[in-house]
Design a protein around this ligand. Structure first.
Ligand SMILES: Cc1cc2nc3c(=O)[nH]c(=O)nc-3n(C[C@H](O)[C@H](O)[C@H](O)COP(=O)(O)OP(=O)(O)OC[C@H]3O[C@@H](n4cnc5c(N)ncnc54)[C@H](O)[C@@H]3O)c2cc1C
Length: 592
């Protein structure tokens, strides 16, 4: 969690009044020891050693060339054209070359969209676990968040197709969706939202009429990111089907028909968005578009929910990426800018702000990998992991995406006035951060999902409680008194969540209950990870983050007590310093 000094941009003698540098030239992998620590815990050693040079390269690109491409692509937004240069009606979207360069890196060089679906990417003989894939998602999105959506939906479309599609559909479309050859790649899209409802998917009005072995779609999709995707998964109501989500089917809609002519739908216009401006989101009219049913017709919503859930995890990871980027920026400023004769990092109040940024970022990183690991284990057949995943996914999506808004705003402020100026990445980070909590389920929707559905309907709280207690049992090097404190907080958070989930009149508390689950889970994760990192390289500092979660996220406390006491200052000094700290010293702080 501490910066590697050799990679941190420290201006040795900035001189009074000199503006701080930004993160240009930083290697986002090398500057992030927490990432390597957590990957070593979650991945088998040969796999970690195989991907490390690729992570190092992506970390360097994300802090340099790709970041510059992202800046350009954000300023030169996509444009929708209605005709080709000969005057024939042909819709196409023009992208800045910088966006194409970002695509080439993500889809072509690293193959992030296909890592968990296709063997052989980056020379690895097998498919990658989701944990490994999201390490790449995390680094890439520190440079570019807009393209993060097409990468993720292409991955999601291929997954849906391979899980539920007929052999004929798979033979036709799966290879293109998982290609890393840019000439053969066909990107994916996921069009669900209609004017009638994004959250209330059951109210959609797009209809599907059968015509032999295919269907004709009529209606309008209101938010279509990656609007010119070649392969789209969407929901529509087959003619005669009942109301609500039970009545909707899942369809695959190709952009081009077999003879190469455009399918029968039109991009009406592109959205003028606050963030993710590099990527084209459009409104689309379906005018008899040809589509193919995927899986069971009356299970469309349930099948699509798989894609939504994997997108929610991806959103959590991407919001973590924004926070990490914001942290790098804030630290670069704090270490270089001199105000009132001191570096910002030496001022007590600024140190406290930095700790807030660090804590939310590290919580999200731990929760992202905990959730990705649950997905990997669930896919390997573990029922317990499937139940855990059911509750961790909306919990991560809820809190990490909300924290990203605040963290990116706080990092912007650390840079002062020029943080607000679009020449610096901080403004773009803040704009992008506001999307995470909206798409794939707004805050209210995912909090209700965590409480009413995951706990109320599926009883996933038992899996969460069992997992957190097992992690505490499995951290024997950590003082018992501290682990007991966390056990008791875990039980309280789960009990409160059960109370909220058990009575619809308590729905107004769903957000608070979800936040509490997130905080206890991250505090336990810090202990479990801290014990392992200490064992591996003698540094126990990650455990201190657990103490901070308890103090600042799980205690209401006395508002009139001086919170910034010596103990808090000591924790801050240890976490912002570079000294390796052993278990004895950390243990004293934990149990003080
Ligand atoms: C940039 C961008 C790109 C997008 N890309 C896509 C895409 O590619 N594909 C796609 O399908 N969609 C996409 N979306 C749409 C997005 O998923 C929806 O906007 C989102 O799900 C919310 O739906 P809505 O806009 O209809 O809002 P509504 O559902 O009308 O929600 C409005 C408010 O009501 C609240 N609310 C709703 N139900 C409840 C409830 N039961 N209890 C309490 N509060 C509730 C919500 O939390 C929200 O605050 C995109 C959106 C954006 C902004």
């Amino acid at each position: 969690m501490q910066p590697h000094s050799q990679n941190r941009l420290v201006n040795s003698d900035p001189g009074p009044g000199l503006l701080a540098p930004d993160t240009s030239g930083m290697n986002f992998y090398r500057a992030d020891p927490s990432l390597a620590d957590l990957l070593r815990i979650h991945l088998r050693d040969p796999l970690f050693r195989h991907i490390e040079p690729y992570l190092d390269r992506l970390g360097s690109l994300a802090g340099g060339h790709l970041d510059e491409c992202a800046r350009l692509a954000d300023r030169h937004v996509p444009a929708l054209h209605q005709r080709d240069r000969f005057g024939a009606d042909a819709q196409w979207i023009e992208y800045h070359p910088a966006y194409r360069e970002l695509e080439r890196a993500a889809f072509g060089e690293f193959g992030i969209h296909a890592m968990s679906l296709r063997k052989g990417i980056m020379g690895w003989p097998d498919k990658y676990p989701v944990v490994a894939k999201h390490a790449f998602t995390y680094l890439f999105n520190q440079a570019e968040f807009g393209l993060g959506c097409p990468i993720n939906v292409t991955d999601g479309c291929a997954k849906l197709l391979s899980n539920f599609g007929s052999e004929a559909l798979k033979a036709k479309y799966l290879d293109g969706l998982t290609q890393t050859d840019m000439n053969k790649l066909t990107q994916g899209g996921q069009f669900m939202t209609e004017k009638e409802g994004g959250s209330d998917v059951g109210s959609l009005t797009t209809t599907a009429v059968q015509e032999g072995d295919r269907w004709r779609l009529h209606g309008e999709k209101w938010f279509c990111s990656n609007a010119d995707a070649e392969v789209v998964m969407l929901l529509a109501r087959p003619q005669g089907a009942g109301p609500g989500t039970r009545g909707v089917g899942l369809f695959l809609m190709p952009r081009k028909l077999d003879d190469g002519s455009p399918n029968h739908y039109r991009i009406v216009r592109l959205k003028d968005k606050l963030g993710t401006r590099s990527m084209a989101s459009g409104e689309i009219k379906l005018e008899g578009a040809i589509a193919y049913a995927v899986g069971k017709l009356d299970r469309g919503f349930v099948q699509m929910a798989e894609m939504v859930n994997s997108s929610r995890l991806s959103n959590g990871v991407k919001s973590t990426a924004l926070m990490r980027r914001a942290w790098h920026d804030a630290m670069t400023v704090a270490q270089n800018r001199v105000v009132f004769g001191s570096r910002i990092i030496d001022l007590p109040l600024a140190r406290r702000q930095l700790m807030k940024i660090m804590l939310s970022t590290e919580q999200a990183l731990s929760m992202s990998f905990l959730t990705a690991d649950a997905l990997d284990r669930a896919e390997a057949g573990s029922q317990d992991a499937a139940a855990l995943l059911r509750i961790l996914t909306p919990t991560l999506k809820f809190r990490a995406t909300r924290d990203a808004r605040k963290v990116c705003g706080d990092a912007l402020e650390m840079r002062g006035g020029i943080g607000y100026i679009e020449e610096f990445a901080t403004a773009r980070l803040l704009r992008d951060a506001h999307l995470g909590s909206i798409w794939e389920g707004t805050g209210n929707i995912v909090a209700i999902d965590a409480l009413a559905r995951a706990i109320g309907r599926h009883g996933a709280d038992a899996a969460l409680a069992a997992d957190l207690h097992a992690r505490l049992d499995d951290s024997a090097s950590v003082p018992v008194a501290f682990r007991d404190r966390l056990r008791s907080l875990t039980n309280s958070a789960i009990e409160f969540a059960r109370k909220v989930a058990g009575n619809s009149e308590n729905e107004g508390e769903a957000r608070r209950a979800t936040s509490l689950l997130y905080h206890v889970a991250s505090a336990v994760a810090f202990v479990w990870e801290g014990a392992r990192i200490h064992e591996a390289r003698g540094d126990a500092r990650r455990l201190l983050l657990s103490r901070l979660v308890i103090e600042h996220r799980l205690s209401s406390g006395n508002p009139f007590r001086l919170a910034d006491d010596g103990e808090q200052r000591a924790i801050t000094d240890l976490l912002l310093g570079e000294r390796v700290v052993g278990m004895a010293e950390v243990g004293e702080v934990l149990t003080a």
